[in-house]
Design a protein around this ligand. Structure first.
Ligand SMILES: *[C@@H]1O[C@H](CO)[C@@H](O)[C@H](O)[C@H]1NC(C)=O
Ligand SMILES: *[C@@H]1O[C@H](CO)[C@@H](O)[C@H](O)[C@H]1NC(C)=O
Ligand SMILES: *[C@@H]1O[C@H](CO)[C@@H](O)[C@H](O)[C@H]1NC(C)=O
Ligand SMILES: [Zn+2]
Ligand SMILES: [Zn+2]
Length: 602
């Protein structure tokens, strides 16, 4: 009898009962019809980017983020000029993670080799590193020598808790431990510090000391406090690569508690990053933290009026998350007197846009490999939706993995991938080389084990109960604030005139985004997803002792073995624990290649 191989049962059902294809409406409302929310200029004004991850070339398939780095530099330069005309100060800040996420940074070795030069053309007043500057020795060296020690930034680069290791083994601070300066217009005396979260996986050319340990155990901090007394400082800026909201570690809150001891009345402004969300947290009446999203989707704007005219003691904070597009840039400048018929551009901005495009061509990122007929989402559609990217991968992509020649093609199999290996939504439009860098950049080797069906069918559930499977240090894909045990307080927006996008809820309410959008619901995404191909007869007979293949990425091997052995143990099966020796090479194309092949047919 010929056993029928059911390729991913659900997919097959979906084919048989195929519904007329429903196109997701992603039409962008003409932005002149959607009133934007203004920025409010204060005494000190901040422009903040974080977690740009190489996205200097705009989002070619997303109109809401259509500005490139040249447009952004032009915006900041004109904004700075307008604010200076009002005799107010501007400070431009970045909080790290500048590579791993886009072909512009990742198609070179080391990642960021060429994109850093373009990134650094922005006249940042304060900058630092993120964990993605530290995964490899090469990227640490590039960041230290090319940015931290560059003549442009060596007085502006701050890194309070990271050290660089020179070729001869000497440990040196990765940047200034802290800096002090006076703002040019308002003459505010500023003390600036910067912390990277307690990152454990730095390469051998960098040492990260946990922030709290750094400031409680190293003498520079005490010296700093003694030479910069509270009465000599008007404003403390703590910017760094750590999240504003972090219910487990609370590192920023702990740093704040300690700094407050020495500066009980000083205004302290934090800027954060790493979790890729828009966020604003009020720490106390004189201290807040702004976090400005990810991937050049957001320009964070924050202003402080150092004293409230009514209550002279307390400052007033205002924040705005600006969508990274040309219309929004034009809108905000027009409110400050920039002619709204004149495009937001400068000579320098145009040069940068040209450099970005040249680099794109040089790295072949525009090379068209296929077409994406509809948008697939990582986490803003439920896992069982036809619009979910993992649904696509488990139902249409992984079934195309060809078994090795010497194995029965009719062998039942479970193919597991960790969800962290996919890092961005897949937008309708051309499928290019850059799409691969953005969505699924890594090649993978497939490994497999042979276990009874009863064990194999429990692996996915087992892994999804456990801790997150450390992937290759790639950015998390979630970009919405998790409502940790709390309630969503902001209304869910669903207005046909608006496009889907950020509708941020933060400590100042529901109106921080400059552009009103329809809300997106964020669904929980498990650790792993699987493609399950069980022979129909076998499943009907439910023969749990039948041997099947479990196939997985090589780097998941230890997680898989642990899961399998625990299941064997829990079921009390009379079989020995499996070891690495029981895992074999499966062969076949990587998920990346399978995805490319799938879209090359359109
Ligand atoms: C700061 O004060 C100016 C002048 O009074 C006012 O126009 C502006 O809205 C204030 N900004 C904030 C953030 O309160
Ligand atoms: C959508 O826009 C149209 C035209 O401007 C307007 O009449 C309508 O009230 C808007 N709908 C909503 C829900 O805001
Ligand atoms: C088999 O592996 C499980 C899970 O790792 C472990 O709890 C158990 O002690 C192991 N059994 C033996 C005999 O090593
Ligand atoms: Zn990041
Ligand atoms: Zn990070």
């Amino acid at each position: 009898m010929i056993l029928k191989l059911v390729h991913c049962l659900v997919a097959l059902t979906g084919l048989i009962f195929a519904k007329p294809y429903q196109q997701q409406q992603a039409v962008l409302a003409p932005s002149q019809d959607v009133p934007l929310r203004d920025i409010h200029i204060g005494d000190i004004n901040f422009i903040h980017t974080t977690d740009t991850h190489g996205w200097l070339g705009s989002h070619l398939s997303q109109n809401d983020y259509d500005a490139d780095w040249g447009d952004f530099v032009a915006f900041v330069d004109i904004l700075r000029e307008k604010i200076l005309q009002q005799s107010r100060d501007v400070i431009v800040i970045d909080t790290g993670d500048k590579r791993d996420g886009n072909g512009l940074s990742d198609a070179t070795w080391p990642a960021g080799l060429r994109s850093s030069e373009i990134f650094n053309m922005m006249d940042y007043d304060l900058l630092t590193l993120g964990n993605h500057e530290l995964y490899t020795a090469e990227s640490a060296i590039l960041e230290y020598r090319g940015t931290s020690q560059s003549s442009k930034f060596k007085d502006k680069y701050v890194c309070s808790n990271v050290e660089f290791i020179e070729d001869d083994g000497t440990r040196v601070p990765f940047g200034n431990k802290y800096i002090t300066f006076e703002t040019p217009i308002m003459k505010q005396r500023v003390l600036a510090l910067s912390f990277l979260f307690s990152f454990q996986r730095a390469n051998n050319r960098a040492i990260v000391t946990p922030p709290l340990e750094e400031i409680t155990q190293k003498s520079w901090f005490q010296n700093m406090v003694e030479t910069n007394r509270e009465e000599e400082i008007d404003l403390i800026i703590v910017f760094g690569h750590l999240p504003a909201t972090d219910p487990t570690e609370r590192e920023m809150h702990k740093i704040h508690a300690l700094i407050r001891k020495y500066y009980p009345n000083t205004v302290i402004q934090y800027f954060g990053g790493h979790t890729h969300i828009r966020d604003f947290v009020q720490l106390d009446s004189k201290s807040t933290c702004l976090q400005s999203g990810r991937f050049a989707e957001t320009v964070g704007f924050l202003s402080i009026n150092m004293t409230d005219p009514v209550d002279a003691e307390s400052p007033i904070f205002s924040r705005r998350y600006i969508d990274f597009n040309k219309e929004a840039f034009k809108y905000h400048l027009s409110k400050l007197g920039h002619d709204s018929d004149v495009p937001v551009s400068t000579k320098k901005g145009k040069t940068i846009s040209r450099l970005v495009n040249d680099l794109r061509h040089e790295l072949n990122l525009n090379e068209k490999l296929g077409y994406i007929p509809q948008t697939y989402y990582v986490s803003t559609r439920p896992l069982n939706s036809e619009e979910n990217l993992y649904h696509l991968v488990t139902h249409k992509i992984l079934p195309n993995l060809i078994p090795p020649k010497n194995y029965e093609p009719s062998m039942s199999r479970f193919i597991l991938i960790n969800t962290g290996s996919v890092r961005y939504d897949l937008y309708k439009g051309p499928f290019t080389k850059d799409t691969e860098y953005i969505v699924l950049p890594f090649n993978n080797d497939w490994r497999f084990i042979t276990v009874p069906l009863v064990v194999a069918s429990r692996v996915e559930t087992y892994l999804n109960k456990g801790p997150v499977i450390a992937s290759l240090g790639i950015p998390s894909s979630s970009h919405h604030k998790q409502h940790f045990g709390g309630f969503q307080k902001c209304p869910f927006i669903n207005n046909p005139n608006l496009s889907e996008g950020y509708t941020t809820e933060d400590d100042l309410g529901c109106h921080g985004d400059d552009t009103p959008h329809n809300s997106q619901r964020e669904y929980d995404i498990p650790n792993v997803v699987q493609c399950k191909e069980v022979k129909k007869v076998q499943e009907e007979e439910a023969d749990p002792s039948k041997m099947v293949h479990v196939i997985f990425y090589s780097f998941m091997e230890l997680d898989i073995l642990n899961a399998v052995n625990s299941i064997i143990n829990d079921l009390g099966l009379r079989m020995e624990n499996l070891t690495t020796n029981d895992c074999s090479h499966y062969g076949g194309d990587s998920t990346k290649k399978l995805l490319r092949d799938y879209f090359s047919q359109f």
